[in-house]
Design a protein around this ligand. Structure first.
Ligand SMILES: Nc1nc2c(ncn2[C@@H]2O[C@H](COP(=O)(O)OP(=O)(O)OP(=O)(O)O)[C@@H](O)[C@H]2O)c(=O)[nH]1
Ligand SMILES: [Mg+2]
Length: 493
C-alpha cells in the first residue's frame, strides 16, 4: 500500500489464495473522499488481471487505485490498473486499464488522483440536498411482497428525512430466510454497499432490525455508518423530546438498545452507536465502559419511576375530580396534535414530520359546562419494536387510564387500512382494546375521487382538523360518549 506522498505504508504477504488487507480505519477520510492509499499487488500468473475481489476491495475501501502486476519469470510483465469513477448516468463504478510497460502509464499519479477525487466530490455534492446531514442508502430485506417492501421503504424514507438524512438509494432484497451473520447474503450485501459508496452515501439504514451480531459484522465490512429502523426512530425521539421525562425515557431506551451491541472497541462501535449526527446517546457517553452504562441505566430507571409515580398521582387526582380523559391516538402524522389544537383552541406543536409529538400533553375542554380532558399522545407506527415502546411509557400509561379514545386516521393516506390496523394492534397488546373508541377520518379536505372510494366503507366521522369541517359533529359524539359510558367509568373509580 502506498500513500499519496509515495511512501509505502503496508507490506502485505499473502498466499496463492489471496491477501488479507488489515484494518485501514485510521486512514478514513470522510464522505466523497478516497482513502489516500493505493494498493499494488503481484500475481504469479501474468494474465490474471483484476478479479472481482480486487474490484470489491477497491470500492469498499475507497482506495485511490488498485494495480495488479502480473509476474513472468520473476519479473513484472503486465499492469492492470483500476480506479473508481464519479457517479454518472451509465452507472459505471470503476475503470480498468491495462499496460504492458510501466512507462506506458500516462499519469502523474499524484495529480491524477487529486483531480479524480475532486471530480467525485463535485458530482456527489451536485446530487446532495443542501442541509442534509447524512446521505443514506435504505435496505429492506424480507420474504414479503414487493408492494409491502415499497411501502415500508417509503415510510423509512420519511423517517430518515425527519432526521435530515437524504436518501440516495432504496434497495429491496427478497429473501427466503434471514442470514444470522449478515441479514442478507454477503455477496448481495457487498453489492449494496458498493453502490451506496459510489453514490456518495455516508450510511446504510436497514428497515429490518439488526441483531448485535449482524450490526457488528456488517459495520466491519466497510466504513459506512450502519443503523436500523429502531435506532432511527430512537434518534427521532431524541430530537423531538422536550420534557425532562421524555428525554430521560429516550436516553434509557437508547442505552438499553446500545448495551448488547457494545462489543469490540473504538471506531467500529461508535460508528454503530452514534445514531445520526451525534443525536444518539453520544459517542463519548458510549465509550465509557459497560459498567458505567449499567449504572446510568439504573439511575435513569430510578428517576423515571419517580416521574411515573408523580404522573400516577396526577391521574388519580383527575379521577377524584371526575374529569374524564379522552386520549387522541393514531398513526404518526395523522393530525392528532392539529385536532387537539382545533378542539381546545390551543397551540401544541404541529409538524409535517413523523413523531412530532413525543410527550403527551393534556388540555381542558368545556362541553356544555362539563369538563373533559383531551390528551395528545405519541403516534404509532407499524412494527414497533420493544425498545421503542420503552420510550413510549408515558403515553402508554396515559392510555390505560383513559375514559375513551379518539382514534385519528389520515383519510388521505394510501395505506389507511394498515395504519388503522397498526394502531389497533398496539391497543390490543397493551390491553386497552375494549376502551370506547371514536374513529375520526381526518384530512377529509384532501380527499379526491380515488381516495374517497378507498375509505367509503370505513365507518367513522369525516373531519378536517385544518378547515374545521365536521368538528361540531365530533364534539357531539364526545358528549354522547360521555353519557353512554360515564356510569361504568365512574363505577370503576
Ligand atoms: N390538509 C390537512 N392537513 C392536516 C390536517 N390535520 C393535520 N394536517 C397536517 O398534517 C401534518 C401532521 O399533523 P400533526 O397534528 O402534527 O400530526 P400528529 O398526528 O400529531 O403527528 P405526530 O405527533 O408526528 O405523530 C401537519 O402538517 C398538519 O398541518 C387536515 O385536516 N387537513
Ligand atoms: Mg403530534
Amino acid at each position: 500500500m502506498i500513500n499519496r506522498k509515495g511512501f509505502v505504508t503496508h507490506v502485505i504477504c499473502g498466499d496463492r489464495h489471496g491477501i488479507f488487507i488489515p484494518d485501514l480505519e485510521e486512514f478514513r477520510r470522510g464522505a466523497f473522499r478516497l482513502k489516500g492509499l493505493r494498493c499494488l499487488h503481484t500475481v504469479l500468473n501474468k494474465d490474471r488481471g483484476l478479479t472481482n475481489e480486487d474490484l470489491t476491495d477497491l470500492a469498499l475501501l475507497r482506495l485511490d487505485a488498485m494495480m495488479v502486476i502480473g509476474v513472468k519469470d520473476g519479473l513484472p510483465a503486465t499492469y492492470h490498473l483500476a480506479y473508481l469513477l464519479p457517479p454518472d448516468q451509465q452507472g459505471h463504478k470503476w475503470k480498468i486499464e491495462q499496460f504492458h510497460n510501466l512507462r506506458d502509464i500516462p499519469y502523474s499519479f499524484d495529480q491524477f488522483v487529486k483531480e479524480l477525487e475532486q471530480d467525485i466530490e463535485r458530482k456527489c455534492r451536485l446530487r446532495a440536498v443542501s442541509g442534509a446531514e447524512e446521505r443514506a442508502i435504505l435496505v429492506h430485506a424480507s420474504p414479503r411482497s414487493e408492494e409491502y417492501a415499497k411501502r415500508s421503504l417509503e415510510e423509512l424514507e420519511r423517517l430518515a428525512e425527519t432526521c435530515n438524512v437524504q436518501v440516495v438509494d432504496k434497495v429491496f432484497q427478497r429473501i427466503g430466510r434471514y442470514n444470522p451473520a449478515h441479514l442478507i447474503g454477503k455477496g448481495k450485501l457487498k453489492e449494496i454497499l458498493i453502490s451506496g459508496l459510489y453514490l456518495g452515501a455516508t450510511m446504510v439504514i436497514f428497515d429490518q432490525n439488526l441483531t448485535p451480531v449482524q450490526a457488528n459484522n456488517i459495520s466491519r465490512m466497510m466504513d459506512l455508518k450502519i443503523i436500523d429502523r429502531t435506532q432511527l426512530i430512537l434518534d427521532i425521539f431524541a430530537r423531538h423530546a422536550t420534557t425532562k421525562g421524555g428525554k430521560l425515557q429516550v436516553e434509557l431506551a437508547q442505552l438499553r438498545y446500545a448495551l448488547p451491541r457494545l462489543v469490540g472497541k473504538g471506531t467500529a462501535m461508535s460508528r454503530l452507536m452514534g445514531g445520526i449526527g451525534g443525536k444518539g446517546p453520544g459517542e463519548t457517553k458510549l465509550e465509557v465502559d459497560r459498567r458505567r452504562i449499567k449504572q446510568r441505566i439504573s439511575s435513569l430507571e430510578k428517576s423515571l419511576k419517580e416521574l411515573s409515580k408523580r404522573r400516577a398521582q396526577r391521574r388519580k387526582k383527575r379521577k377524584k375530580d371526575r374529569i374524564p380523559v379522552f386520549s387522541i391516538i393514531g398513526y404518526t402524522n395523522a393530525g392528532k396534535s392539529t385536532l387537539l389544537n382545533r378542539l381546545t383552541k390551543s397551540s401544541v406543536m404541529v409538524a409535517d414530520k413523523l413523531f412530532a409529538t413525543l410527550d403527551p400533553s393534556t388540555r381542558l375542554l368545556y362541553l356544555n359546562g362539563k369538563k373533559v380532558l383531551l390528551s395528545d399522545t405519541v403516534g404509532f407506527i407499524t412494527n414497533m419494536p420493544a425498545d421503542i415502546k420503552l420510550a413510549f411509557k408515558a403515553t402508554l400509561e396515559e392510555l390505560e387510564d383513559s375514559y375513551a379514545f379518539i382514534h385519528v386516521v389520515d383519510a388521505s393516506s394510501p395505506f389507511i387500512h394498515e395504519e388503522i390496523e397498526a394502531t389497533e394492534e398496539i391497543l390490543e397488546e397493551i390491553g386497552v382494546i375494549d376502551t370506547h373508541r371514536i374513529l375520526v377520518l381526518n384530512k377529509c379536505d384532501l380527499l379526491d375521487h380515488d381516495s374517497k372510494k378507498r375509505v367509503r366503507r370505513i365507518k367513522g366521522l369525516y373531519v378536517s382538523a385544518k378547515t374545521g369541517e365536521g368538528i361540531n359533529e365530533l364534539l357531539t359524539h364526545i358528549e354522547k360518549a360521555l353519557k353512554a359510558t360515564s356510569e361504568n367509568y365512574l363505577l370503576a373509580q
